[in-house]
Design a binder for this molecule. Structure first.
Ligand SMILES: Cc1cc2nc3c(=O)[nH]c(=O)nc-3n(C[C@H](O)[C@H](O)[C@H](O)COP(=O)(O)O)c2cc1C
Length: 231
């Protein structure tokens, strides 16, 4: 098969995207953030509904949100008062999903030298979500509560476009469902209107190449495992 330049560039942008969990403090130019979001908004959506809304946090606004969530996350009594508004994961885990989930978790923690017994270490690592893994840009995504499941499909395409467009500019990302647990704090901090529901967060910035967690390369099943070609 002949590889065209476009194929190479597009495939490289998709394949080089990985969830990055340690960022350099290097700021991201405002024009780059805006261009990424404008490109990402070319995502298709059913009847062009464009169900996305994005809060881009840098500087003091990001610090304030992170501080408020970290304070709640560190206090076991407070944590109990925060719960997700929607289920990202199944309530009952079965194979092969649970196996993949466990594998990526242990792969990450063992890279970081965290043993299974080190609950405090794992708790601290999870807590790094709330400072957007030190990325200079944090994004919070919301959807109008009136929208149905189909719009969440559209949303996924928009999010993936952001992550791929970021790669084109040498930037990295980590999509973050961890924020959904603290949607009430996010609502207060960002003064979200009542009709907006938090979908997820995302860290955006330049990857720190020296941090071991960024060496994690996750596995994928081969096409033969999830595709049935039918003549
Ligand atoms: C919607 C969504 C939410 C996610 N939430 C988190 C999160 O809160 N924290 C985190 O460290 N990774 C999160 N991830 C990253 C996944 O763990 C990651 O995509 C998966 O392990 C595959 O690895 P890769 O992204 O490096 O290819 C999320 C991914 C998606 C798509």
């Amino acid at each position: 098969m002949i590889e065209t330049p476009a194929q190479k560039i597009v495939d490289e942008a998709i394949v080089s995207r990985r969830s990055i969990r340690a960022f350099l403090p290097t700021p991201v130019a405002h024009e780059d953030i805006e261009a990424i979001l404008q490109v990402a908004a070319r995502a298709p959506s059913g009847t062009n509904t464009q169900p996305w809304k994005v809060y881009v946090l840098t500087g003091a606004s990001k610090e304030r949100l992170s501080a408020a969530i970290v304070a709640a996350y560190r206090d076991p009594d407070q944590v109990k008062q925060h719960a997700e508004e929607y289920s990202y994961y199944p309530s009952r885990w079965i194979s092969p999903y649970i196996d993949r989930r466990r594998k990526v978790g242990w792969d990450l923690y063992s890279l970081l030298g965290l043993s299974r017994e080190n609950k405090a270490g794992m708790h601290a690592q999870h807590g790094r979500n709330y400072t957007f893994f030190d990325a200079p840009v944090g994004m919070i995504f919301t959807i109008d509560r009136i929208m149905e499941q189909g719009s969440w499909l559209d949303y996924g395409m928009f999010l993936q476009n952001i992550m791929v467009a970021a790669r084109g500019r040498g930037l990295d990302t980590c999509p973050q469902a961890a924020f959904t647990q603290f949607h009430r704090i996010i609502g207060e901090q960002l003064q979200l209107p009542a009709n907006e529901m938090v979908v997820c967060g995302m860290a955006l910035g330049y990857a720190d190449p020296d941090k071991v967690e960024n060496s994690l390369v996750t596995e994928r099943e081969p096409v033969s495992a999830f595709v049935k070609f039918m003549d």
